[in-house]
Design a protein around this ligand. Structure first.
Ligand SMILES: [Zn+2]
Length: 324
């Protein structure tokens, strides 16, 4: 399932979920802005943070302009270009005489982000797993949230803060960053930027700690976010532990919580569990590795994702050190 969410519709549908959608998203690469700020600014850390926020504010405004342009372009299309969307109530609110804008105005214009963790490393030398990093993270997310609320009122369109999946951008943005700034420890020493405001995948934190950290930021997002924890396949023998984790996430107000468990299947005998390259049942090597890499289940992530995302998956640690 996709992490996209519909916030409150300013054009009359309120919290209606069905028949609306994410019309256009754009993602801001936070580490690049942080590097630009750091290169340009001379002064102390608080000054740098403020300078960064003012630059980010400009980029958020540019992003808004870009989204409006795209929205207008999409609205200028004929309903015939995607006929099914305007039939059978797929898109709520469609009034033929008014054009497709009548339906699309209920959707979301999403302002996304990539690499909060690396951005914080550049600015202050730690990420939001530390209290100091979390403080700055909240200032960044508050800026996003405030601007989206203002744009929503001003343009009567549903701007929202989006914690972008960035399946491909995590890699392509990093490649560009490395070409410009080289390898910086904790920032660009990998092939991918960390997903949205997630805790970096290689950090040794428990499920509870991961939920504690990310739940402090999920509330800033109205256009969608996901929090996932990685657990070993063996957790299926421990439903009590699963229940504890899920209840904890719900108590912490995580809007969309996911537990990732590897499901590997032997294509020779059908045996299913977490395996490496050999089936413990029949010794076969024809193993399909089903993984939830982003929102969706993916057969063989090796084929489905670029090398940045593959490395990200391989660097994921299990958050399993919970009490059973
Ligand atoms: Zn087998």
């Amino acid at each position: 399932m996709c992490r996209t969410a519909n916030g409150f519709d300013i054009n009359g549908f309120g919290q209606l979920k069905d028949g609306r959608g994410n019309i256009c998203p754009m993602t801001i690469i936070l580490p690049t802005i942080a590097m630009e700020a750091k290169t340009e600014y001379v002064g102390d850390e608080e000054g740098l943070i403020n300078y960064f926020l003012s630059k980010l504010d400009e980029v958020i405004h540019d992003t808004k302009d870009g989204l409006l342009e795209r929205f207008e372009y999409i609205c200028s299309q004929s309903p015939e270009s995607a006929k099914f969307m305007y039939e059978n109530g797929t898109m709520e609110g469609y009034i033929p005489e008014e054009g497709i804008r009548s339906a699309l105005k209920h959707g979301t214009l999403a302002i996304g982000q990539l690499g909060l963790a690396e951005c914080l490393q550049i600015l202050i030398g730690c990420d939001h797993c530390e209290p100091k990093g979390m403080e700055v993270a909240k200032r960044i997310e508050q800026l996003y949230k405030d601007r989206c609320a203002e744009f929503k009122e001003q343009y009567k369109l549903n701007f929202g803060v989006y914690y972008t999946p960035a399946e491909n951008l995590c890699f392509t943005a990093m490649k560009k960053f490395q070409e410009q700034y080289g390898i910086i420890p904790n920032v660009s020493d990998k092939k991918f930027f960390t997903n949205s405001m997630h805790v970096p995948v290689w950090k040794n934190v428990t499920c509870i700690e991961k939920i504690d950290i990310e739940s402090q930021l999920t509330g800033y997002s109205s256009a969608g976010s996901i929090t996932y924890v990685e657990l070993p396949g063996s957790v299926k023998h421990n439903p009590k532990a699963l229940e504890t984790i899920i209840n904890y996430a719900m108590d912490k107000d995580i809007p969309y919580f996911a537990i990732n468990i590897p499901i590997d299947m032997c294509m020779d005998c059908g045996y299913s569990d977490e395996m490496n390259d050999t089936c413990p049942e029949c010794g076969g090597h024809h193993i399909q590795m089903l993984r939830r890499v982003t929102g969706y289940l993916t057969g063989s992530y090796k084929d489905a994702f670029n090398e940045g995302k593959q490395q990200e998956v391989e660097m994921r640690v299990k958050h399993s050190n919970v009490q059973n």
